[in-house]
Design a protein around this ligand. Structure first.
Ligand code: MRU
Length: 330
């Protein structure tokens, strides 16, 4: 799958693969307003930390265009841009890239569009570098393979452009002939693992098995994986990692089993301004995502979209620039 299929800027519109429809339908959304973009982000039609960053960058260009057509004043434009940045709170990439592109507004529309397109381009290139570095590290840490890798959620091209972060590392191992197979957690409640990761791995011809989230720690304890590799939505200054709910249990299981727990993420996911995981805002989503279709009417849910893995459980963070052993950025 190519970047332009996942996320693109065409004729002043954002075009994005609708990730809520996959794998059964491959359909593209054409987004021309801030309202439409915020809806696409909150519904998870557009999702995954690096893609959220790129979509937020394009969103600023979209807001500037919409605002000049509709005669918004500076206050209205700033409010619309703030709405994009706040559409999902946990992945720092979204607010970071929105702020970076919004800082160019004084330089004119062309400068804003240029800055947004630069974010789009660099997102894919960055993920390719993470993929290569992560595969090299895993082969050092675990031996020559072929490796069995356990992963969670979706961290491939759909989430990151290019090859992905954790899934990019897995793809690089596959290309090097050093991958045995992948165990994919289904990733409750929105099934990014079952719907999206299995779809991407199938397209790449990479052998994989789908597991229930609740089975993951036991599977790891049974010696069925050589390493756990996941992405991140935000890495605090002390190395605590926010990622899709269910990640923490994998880290605990990996520690207990004595296998590496590796986080693959761009530098832009490291948030020096957030001292520890306790300060990371955790998105809480609608009850119905968990209660439907099985729970009795009126059941309340505790639907946290992300969890925090303490730095001490992280064997290494791999970025496009460096390997951070112990996961604590300097
Ligand atoms: O709620 P989602 O689907 O946006 O959550 C995505 C994840 O948790 C990914 O693991 C994370 O964004 C890293 S993607 C490289």
């Amino acid at each position: 799958m190519d970047h332009p299929d996942v996320l693109a800027w065409r004729d002043g519109h954002i075009e994005a693969l609708d990730q809520t429809a996959l794998p059964h339908q491959v359909r593209t959304l054409r987004i021309g307003t801030v309202d439409e973009l915020v809806r696409a982000i909150t519904s998870l039609a557009i999702r995954g930390a690096p893609v959220l960053g790129a979509a937020g960058a394009l969103g600023v260009a979209l807001a500037v265009r919409q605002g000049s057509g509709e005669g918004w004043d500076d206050t209205r434009l700033a409010a619309e841009i703030a709405r994009i940045a706040a559409a999902r709170p946990t992945a720092v990439n979204l607010s970071r890239e929105v702020a970076a592109v919004a800082a160019r507004i004084g330089d004119g529309t062309a400068a804003v569009e240029g800055a947004a397109l630069a974010v789009l381009e660099s997102t894919g290139a960055t993920s390719l570098r993470i993929s290569a570095r992560g595969a090299e590290y895993l082969l050092q840490a675990c031996g020559d393979g072929p490796l069995r890798v356990h992963t969670h959620c979706n961290t491939g091209a759909l989430a990151c452009l290019g090859w992905g972060t954790a899934l990019g590392v897995i793809r690089a191992l596959h290309v090097a002939g050093a991958l045995s197979h992948v165990i994919v957690d289904e990733t409750r409640p929105l099934l990014q693992g079952a719907r999206l990761t299995c779809w991407e791995l199938g397209q790449l011809g990479i052998e994989h098995q789908l597991a229930c989230d609740g089975a993951a720690p036991f599977l790891i304890s049974q010696g069925r994986a050589d390493a756990v590799v996941v992405g991140a939505d935000r890495i605090a200054a002390n190395g605590d990692v926010a990622n899709k709910i269910g990640t923490y249990s994998l880290a605990l299981a990996a520690r207990q089993a004595g296998i590496p727990f590796v986080v693959a993420a761009p530098e832009s996911t490291i948030d020096a301004a957030t001292p520890s995981g306790a300060a990371i805002p955790i998105e809480q989503r609608a009850d119905e995502e968990v209660t439907a279709p099985a729970a009795p009417a009126g059941t309340r849910a505790l639907n946290l979209a992300f969890d925090i893995t303490p730095a001490e459980l992280v064997t290494a963070v791999v970025t496009e620039e460096r390997l951070i052993p112990g996961g604590r950025p300097a």
